[in-house]
Design a protein around this ligand. Structure first.
Ligand code: ADP
Length: 502
């Protein structure tokens, strides 16, 4: 009962507040309504005071007029406020200050009237400040609401259990459910099985760090029962008094993902188609080379050799493109076994040393150790790091390779003294297609895939890869590989472990 009464009172107060203090309502009123309202109040108040002249009229000449000035200002603005102030002062003087029915004022009465006018003017400016503040507040609120409601991103606030506290209207555009409908669901239901664990892990880690945010791409079951690809940036605002939840900005990127897929499929098919003719051209080039050498036709042999070198580059490029499409499709495969790490390093270095006369690759290897993983793929990473070291250090001769055996794995580093990489580029070079730009880099050929592929291979083999570099001083690329990433411990007896795994 009391609650209901309170609710009615609050609703009434809201209406009164809107009636008197809303500048939106005020702007709709014509000047005579704004001034007329003040006049009506003055007439009513004066009539009441004249009726009770002994109790309130003569006793308190200015009583009620303060209130009228405030209401008239709220209702009509500053003009009607000043107008009612002046009329109130005149009425008080004429009717309620001795001598009655005259505008005569003695010294004390003049002071009283002046104080009344000053107080009224202060009230008017206070009322103006309140109106301005409420207008700004309302505008900001409206702008914020318009942004929330008209944006393309669904803004969703959920508590730690995933119960939805707020969902913006754009939710319908993103996942098909109207905001009201979605509020009855749990934010974490309907996520694709494959990404559920990843999402749960992300929520758990976010919950531990207030203020932190994370972006994730995942599938969500759309109302039309299709899987939509959603990109969500989730921020932990549990500690924020106005939010008290996890806020997520989510957009539907299904079309973009499908287009990306089509593009990847095209690249995959095109590179596959390219691979076969290039491989047979290479085979013919090698036959020709042998033939010319046999015939003693050195000039033609040199030309075919150059052709073969260019074909090697083409084969490398095709290989990289194929690897990238495999990575994107989660289909990069690994042929795993135990292999002697130093043996692989020496093999790769000998092969690459043959390709350059300007550089000297120096090895400083720790004891050899057996490693479990894909020998060929790790060789590919090493080849990429060394060819980069050669490519990006045209003016320096020495390239150092060193390894060290640690408790949990082997670390290998490739050090060059070439062009180096600035700090801001060091994180980005492992991204797909990223190449450092600038005039000094334009002469180096490449497409920015080698380090991306290397990073993916090392990651999949349970290791990590990083770079230390200073611009114009050189770079040191290192990777660390566990001895046996499947069991994550050093291998003591290769034979038994090998059979255990395979
Ligand atoms: P690519 O060499 O084909 O451009 P990568 O993925 O191998 O592609 O390398 C990405 C970028 O990282 C290169 O474009 C280059 O700017 C930079 N980079 C890689 N290795 C080195 C290095 N040893 N020294 C300086 N810059 C390097």
């Amino acid at each position: 009962m009391l609650k209901k009464a309170l609710q009615y009172y609050l609703a009434f107060a809201k209406k009164v507040n809107y009636f008197f203090w809303s500048d939106k309502a005020m702007l709709k009123r014509t000047w005579y309504i704004r001034y007329g309202f003040g006049i009506i109040l003055l007439v009513v108040a004066t009539a009441v005071k004249l009726y009770h002249y002994n109790t309130i009229g003569f006793q308190t000449p200015f009583l009620l007029y303060f209130g009228i000035v405030i209401l008239a200002t709220g209702f009509g603005g500053i003009g009607p406020g000043i107008f009612t102030t002046i009329i109130s002062a005149l009425i008080s003087d004429y009717y309620f200050l001795y001598p009655y029915h005259s505008f005569y004022l003695n010294r004390d009465q003049s002071i009283q009237v002046i104080l009344f006018v000053i107080e009224c003017l202060l009230l008017i400016s206070l009322s103006g400040a309140v109106t301005r503040a409420s207008r700004n507040f309302r505008r900001r609120g409206e702008r914020f609401r318009a942004m929330l409601e008209n944006g393309n991103d669904a803004i969703i606030v959920a508590n730690e259990k995933g119960e939805i506290l707020y969902a913006s209207p754009a939710t319908e555009r993103v996942i098909g459910y109207a905001a009201g409908e979605f509020k009855k669901m749990n934010a974490r239901d309907n996520t694709h099985q494959d990404e559920k664990e990843m999402l749960e892990e992300m929520y758990a880690s976010l919950l531990k760090s207030p203020g932190q945010s994370n972006t994730i791409v995942h599938r969500y079951l759309h109302k039309d029962q299709s899987w939509a690809w959603i990109e969500s940036t989730i921020t932990n605002l549990m500690d924020h008094p106005g939010i008290n939840g996890m806020i997520s900005n989510s957009r539907n990127i299904t079309e973009k993902v499908l287009l990306e897929r089509q593009k990847d499929d095209f690249v995959s098919v095109a590179t596959h188609e390219l691979k076969t003719p290039v491989t047979s051209i290479k085979a013919y080039a090698q036959i020709l080379l042998k033939r010319f050498r046999k015939e003693g036709n050195e000039e033609s042999a040199i030309m075919v050799e150059k052709m073969d070198q260019q074909l090697n580059k083409l084969v490398g490029l095709i290989g990289d493109m194929l690897d990238v499409t495999k990575i994107e499709g989660g289909k990069l495969q690994f042929q795993e076994s135990f292999y002697e790490f130093n043996e692989l390093v020496i093999e790769v270095v000998e092969e690459l040393q043959r390709t350059t006369i300007d550089h000297k690759i120096e090895l400083k290897l720790d004891e050899s150790e057996k490693v479990f993983g894909d020998r060929e793929r790790i060789g590919q990473v090493l080849t990429n790091l060394i060819t980069n070291a050669i490519k990006y250090s045209p003016a320096s001769r020495k390239i150092n390779i060193f390894t060290s055996l640690e408790k949990n794995g082997i670390t290998l580093c490739v050090e060059d003294h070439g062009v180096g990489i600035s700090k801001e580029n060091q994180d980005k070079i492992f991204e797909r297609f990223y190449r450092v730009s600038g005039p000094e880099y334009q002469t180096f050929p490449g497409i920015g895939l080698g380090l991306y592929i290397s990073h993916e291979i090392i990651k999949k083999q349970g290791g990590r890869i990083w770079v230390q570099s200073e611009k114009d001083k050189g770079s040191t690329f290192c990777f660390e590989l566990p001895y046996n990433y499947k069991f994550n411990k050093k291998v003591e007896n290769t034979e038994t472990k090998n059979t255990d795994i395979t």
